[in-house]
Design a protein around this ligand. Structure first.
Ligand SMILES: Cc1cc2nc3c(=O)[nH]c(=O)nc-3n(C[C@H](O)[C@H](O)[C@H](O)COP(=O)(O)OP(=O)(O)OC[C@H]3O[C@@H](n4cnc5c(N)ncnc54)[C@H](O)[C@@H]3O)c2cc1C
Ligand SMILES: *[C@@H]1O[C@H](CO)[C@@H](O)[C@H](O)[C@H]1NC(C)=O
Ligand SMILES: *[C@@H]1O[C@H](CO)[C@@H](O)[C@H](O)[C@H]1NC(C)=O
Ligand SMILES: *[C@@H]1O[C@H](CO)[C@@H](O)[C@H](O)[C@H]1NC(C)=O
Ligand SMILES: *[C@@H]1O[C@H](CO)[C@@H](O)[C@H](O)[C@H]1NC(C)=O
Ligand SMILES: *[C@@H]1O[C@H](CO)[C@@H](O)[C@H](O)[C@H]1NC(C)=O
Length: 532
């Protein structure tokens, strides 16, 4: 594709970026040196910053602006006016109060590790709060404080889950609910849900928070829990950053296991695959369950976590040639010194009655930490090949169990496999709604069991739109078929779509916005209250 076609494509596809951003995107296509090309208008904010004490901690330089106007998605670019590098929560409180006092308030967005894929952590013409700056000032901030007596940790919203793991393990404890990848911030995942293979058992990460300190959109510093300021507590969990900035979260801990048995089993029959997955989350004893779609046109091991030996790969690859699509169950049993001699028997017990393809069960033995941190190695490999900072047109869906056969036929077989475009891990596993608290902002389908689909595409600057068109095709199919799904890490362009996403929770969501962020300052990059 030539240069001008590419410009046209980008102009057409990213309706809301301005010309400056397009230039930046073009520069970014070949290198990451785009920062120097960004320009933000210093007149954009109609406020006199002279009276702002924290102004010394604002940065306007290309490096700071460049970082704050990009994310893991590499699709959206919103240029902020400045970036705040706070050294305490007071800095954030002052900034938000100040914005509230302006005739026209400016946008404020917390940026965790910037792992959003659609600019959700950006702040058009406003200020991005670089939360990691608090981590560097940890002596002054919450950091990570473990209570062994209470089995919880008080953790700064800016902390990475890998660091939470590391700190809690020093006490033989660990959080119970995880994400697949640990280089995400506590505030960032609690603003969404935080899901992984433990969710069916313990609920998402938002179900494992006891208390939080939140700086609301009005600049009020409030401690909240189920019993205290509960409206704020439930609003913030899964609240997409709309109500406040999480300064501290008290996370549930349990005794940490030492090692894991990590098993993958293959299926070619979708209905047997899903029946076994649902069976596994209904019995006692399993610690983790996920699943994946394997396609005959992509490598057998995705970058996330190399698992199979070359010999196993060749076995699987001839099976894939025959069936086109294979479905993979991934399950884990934790153990430690006391249970080491029983764990193999226990895994066998869990496998009783399962109908995977005979012989196609693969087991690995790992430390608990290496298992939890399994995506990191893949990240480092991709980084070394320059394949990490590329466009990520991801689509994550929650699909109601009752329509899963239609979903397989219409989406997995007829769109994903037929078009042979997908590039990256295709996650697919069931989880249980009972572990989610419906008073929280997070939304799920209206059924006791729903499936999590993760199309974790890696694209390049010429083909990401193609992958995104396929995402739209998936959404349109489900819409036509009446499959009432919800997006996870949602991204919508119109208010109607947001209202549909929140369903019966929309009125509550709106009321909470009016209560905690009435001037609609926070996390504008979600494009909920300012969507076109
Ligand atoms: C490789 C990879 C793997 C992933 N795997 C999983 C997974 O297994 N499970 C899962 O659930 N998610 C997963 N995610 C998605 C992840 O949860 C989101 O990217 C999420 O946005 C967290 O990233 P972050 O901490 O960088 O937050 P950001 O992207 O910086 O922020 C996300 C949103 O939260 C807001 N926000 C950030 N910090 C705060 C705060 N302290 N208080 C209030 N609001 C805040 C931001 O303004 C923004 O709206 C994955 C992402 C990547 C890149
Ligand atoms: C630490 O926090 C206190 C109170 O918020 C503040 O006065 C002080 O300046 C902070 N120290 C640093 C190094 O930011
Ligand atoms: C805040 O961000 C939204 C979304 O990007 C944008 O539409 C709006 O103009 C911004 N507000 C201000 C005051 O700049
Ligand atoms: C865990 O913490 C220790 C001590 O602070 C540090 O040496 C080690 O590198 C950390 N490990 C990880 C994976 O961050
Ligand atoms: C996987 O490969 C290893 C050797 O690389 C082999 O020992 C093992 O039997 C294979 N597993 C299965 C289930 O075939
Ligand atoms: C982008 O990816 C597509 C599909 O893999 C490939 O055909 C194309 O050559 C790539 N383009 C660039 C510029 O890397």
């Amino acid at each position: 594709m030539d240069f001008s076609t590419r410009i046209v494509l980008i102009v057409l596809s990213i309706a809301y970026v301005n010309l400056v951003s397009i230039k930046a995107t073009m520069a970014d296509a070949s290198s990451n040196q785009f920062a120097g090309k960004l320009r933000q208008s210093k007149n954009a904010v109609p406020c006199n910053f002279d009276s702002l004490t924290v102004r010394a901690k604002l940065r306007y330089d290309p490096e700071a602006i460049g970082l704050a106007s990009t994310d893991y998605g590499h699709i959206v670019r919103d240029i902020p006016f400045a970036v705040l590098y706070p050294t305490s929560s007071d800095d954030i409180t002052e900034l938000i109060k100040f914005s509230n006092k302006c005739p026209l308030p400016f946008n404020v967005s917390a940026r965790g590790y910037g792992h959003s894929v659609r600019g959700q952590d950006m702040s058009h013409n406003g200020i991005v709060v670089n939360m990691l700056s608090l981590n560097e000032q940890y002596k002054n901030a919450t950091g990570i404080r473990v209570s062994t007596a209470g089995h919880y940790a008080d953790v700064g919203g800016e902390q990475l889950w890998i660091d939470v793991l590391n700190a809690t393990l020093q006490h033989g404890l660990a959080p119970v609910s995880w994400t697949d990848y640990l280089y995400l911030t506590v505030g960032g995942t609690l603003s969404n849900a935080g899901i992984s293979g433990q969710t069916f058992l313990h609920g998402p990460q938002i179900s494992n928070v006891l208390e939080m300190d939140v700086i609301t959109g009005k600049g009020d510093f409030m401690t909240c829990s189920k019993d205290k300021n509960s409206e704020l507590f439930f609003a913030v969990l899964g609240g997409l950053g709309q109500f406040g900035i999480i300064n501290r979260a008290r996370i549930v801990l349990a005794k940490a296991p030492k090692r894991v048995k990590w098993v993958k089993m293959l299926y070619y029959d979708f209905s047997i695959f899903t029946r076994d997955q649902e069976h596994l989350i209904s019995i006692n004893g399993l610690d983790y369950l996920e699943g994946e779609l394997m396609m005959d046109y992509t490598p057998i091991d995705d970058w996330r976590s190399p698992f199979f030996t070359p010999y196993n790969e060749s076995q699987i690859s001839s099976l894939l040639k025959k069936h086109g699509i294979l479905y993979c169950i991934e399950m884990v049993k934790y153990y430690d010194d006391e249970t080491a001699n029983l764990v193999d028997k226990e895994v066998q017990r869990l496998q009783v009655g399962l109908n995977y393809i005979p012989g196609f069960s693969f087991t690995r033995d790992e430390t608990y930490v290496d298992f939890l941190n399994r995506v990191r190695q893949g990240e480092l490999t991709l980084r070394s090949k320059g394949l990490w900072d590329v466009p990520h047109p991801w689509l994550n869906l929650f699909v109601p169990k009752s329509r899963i056969m239609d979903f397989n036929a219409g989406v997995i077989v007829d769109i994903l496999h037929r078009e042979k475009k997908t590039k990256g891990p295709l996650l697919f596993y069931p989880t249980t709604k009972t572990k989610w608290d419906d008073r929280m902002s997070a939304v799920t389908p209206d059924e006791d069991i729903f499936y999590i689909l993760g199309l974790l595409h890696s694209g390049n600057f010429s083909n990401w739109q193609d992958l995104d068109n396929q995402n739209n095709e998936v959404l349109e199919f489900c819409d036509r078929a009446g499959i009432k799904l919800k997006q996870y890490l949602p991204h919508y362009k119109s208010k109607e779509d947001w209202i549909k996403q929140f369903g019966s929770k929309w009125n509550t969501f709106q009321r909470r916005k009016a209560q905690f962020d009435p001037r609609m300052i926070l996390s504008p990059g979600q494009k909920i209250f300012n969507s076109v």
